[in-house]
Design a protein around this ligand. Structure first.
Ligand SMILES: C[S@@+](CC[C@H](N)C(=O)[O-])C[C@H]1O[C@@H](n2cnc3c(N)ncnc32)[C@H](O)[C@@H]1O
Length: 478
């Protein structure tokens, strides 16, 4: 098929729209690529010209999924860039394992993970360095814009090209052959949670989508698609997403070093690493001050504004950003929980299965199991909390609020219930409610020692959550 005509005016409109919503940059030198990709989008959707496609994009909805499918490049493979994986083993993880020895928990994020090879490589390295019986809690988050890539990542089935830099012995250890392909073993696969997240949006870091207090972020070969302003804003947000002393690894062809001026630079053989200074405050109280650049406007909503939009900057009708990934945990959860219902939880397996389904992105199944739990045990706070997360994923903020409210009514000690409600109110612009609920969450967190993992928080410590909440209150007070 030959490319559809792209006039100067239409090129500018489409270029600006894609920059605004996705951060993707199509300068004049890439105009032909843009015309090519958009012609494929138009063909898939049955549009005969790019003007119609532009109008459809303005209206929003699944058309964006098709556009993203053709506009993103998911080139990746396991253990890509061996010098960075050597640095991970020899420099980064020894530092983090020492730093986190007291809490024995680690939070890793592969931002722009494509079909999952990168976060799964992290999981394999950790499986080597932390055998299963050491009692560490490791959470690995993989996020991307492209839903097809995320679907493949969750499936965990890979062809030979993904193993182009993987020694056979490593592949044989972690995968089992399935025809001409290889399936990742479930014990590695279940360590990684995949969710959609648009790095060009301002929806992170938040507790709600699990993108805060990270120990390590891999964001490789993603920033090359953005312009300098967007890149600087993303680097700033990734900085905020890291815990003090946390590490950032970017690809080799990534922006020049001045973009990383807030980080310490650490040279390792064959690569440069960035670290948030260990003495940095847990959360900066500035807005995500784009210290070195011009702020980018958050992408505008494509759907008509609702009175209290949960995600006003969503690029799609479907929520673009998922809720904080719920952690799979055994009941009673965490340490220091005073929650009543956890003391006598008669059907822990169904709720655990519901959480596992949510973790795997099988939201319908998660909802069905959560509902079954609630039918059998209407006073199960954890099930109401999970229901709230599922509603949030569906973009139903009112129902989510109701579910969180119920969880808190049943278990008045559930700090995460108050925190989740506060986040929804803040995102919907209901600042007084948000402030009040953040303050309740702070009071509820007083029951924990600073290093305690807080129930329903995916392993975040009480100190981290307190700092997060104080930052949010500061921002609301400005
Ligand atoms: C070349 S792949 C990199 C994969 C992996 N990080 C690696 O280095 O092997 C780039 C990925 O960035 C994703 N991406 C592009 N724009 C994005 C955005 N605005 N938000 C999140 N991910 C994005 C693409 O969908 C694609 O999967």
């Amino acid at each position: 098929m030959s490319d559809l005509p792209l006039s100067d005016e239409l090129y500018q409109c489409l270029r600006d729209l894609l920059l605004d919503r996705l951060g993707l940059h199509f300068p004049a030198s890439r105009r032909t690529d843009l015309a090519r990709s958009l012609s494929l989008v138009a063909q898939d959707l049955g549009y005969s010209d790019l003007g119609r496609l532009y109008t459809a994009l303005l209206v929003g909805g699944p058309v964006w999924d098709t556009a993203i499918r053709h506009l993103t490049i998911g080139e990746t493979y396991f253990f890509r860039n061996s010098s960075q994986f050597a640095a991970l083993r020899e420099r980064i993880l020894p530092d983090l394992l020492a730093r986190r020895a007291a809490t024995r928990s680690l939070r890793l994020w592969s931002a722009g993970c494509a079909s999952g090879e990168e976060p799964y490589s992290l999981a394999m390295v950790l499986a080597d360095m932390l055998p299963a019986d050491t009692g560490w809690q490791v959470s690995i988050l993989g996020t991307d814009l492209n839903l097809d890539f995320l679907g493949r990542a969750r499936e965990g089935l890979y062809g030979p090209w993904s193993f182009r830099e993987t020694p056979d012995a490593v592949r044989n250890r972690f995968f089992s052959a399935e025809g001409a392909r290889w399936r990742l073993r479930p014990e590695i696969r279940r360590n990684v949670i995949f969710n959609r997240l648009n790095l060009a949006s301002s929806e992170y870091p938040t507790v709600t989508n699990g993108t805060m207090a990270m120990d390590l972020i891999f964001c490789r070969n993603v920033l090359i698609y953005f312009n300098e302003t967007t890149t600087r804003a993303i680097i700033d947000r990734l900085y905020e997403a890291l815990a003090p002393g946390g590490w950032l690894v970017v690809g080799h062809a990534e922006p020049n070093a001045t973009t990383f001026h807030r980080f310490e630079t650490v040279n390792a053989p064959g690569t440069v690493l960035y670290r948030k200074p260990p003495d940095a405050p847990l959360f900066a109280t500035a807005t995500y001050a784009y210290a070195a650049g011009v702020p980018i406007a958050p992408p505008k909503p494509l759907r008509p504004a609702t009175p209290a939009p949960l995600r006003s900057h969503s690029i799609l009708r479907e929520p673009a950003t998922p809720p904080r990934p719920p952690a799979i945990r055994k009941e009673p959860p965490g340490t220091g929980s005073l929650s009543r219902q956890n003391l006598a939880a008669p059907a822990p397996d169904i709720l655990a299965e519901a959480r596992a389904a949510a973790n795997a992105g099988r939201w319908e199944r998660a909802a069905e199991l959560a509902d079954r739990t609630l039918a059998a045990e209407p006073m199960r706070a954890g099930a109401h909390f999970l229901r709230g997360q599922i509603y949030e994923h569906e973009g139903q903020s009112d129902q989510a609020l109701d579910a969180y409210r119920r969880s808190l009514y049943i278990d008045p000690t559930l700090a995460m219930g108050a925190l989740a409600m506060a986040d929804i109110w803040r995102m919907g612009g209901q600042n007084a409610d948000a402030r009040r609920s953040y303050r309740s969450a702070l009071r509820l967190l007083e029951q924990f020692a600073p290093a305690d993992a807080v129930p329903e928080s995916d392993g975040a410590s009480a100190a981290e959550l307190r700092a997060y909440i104080k930052t949010q209150i500061d921002l609301l007070d400005k």
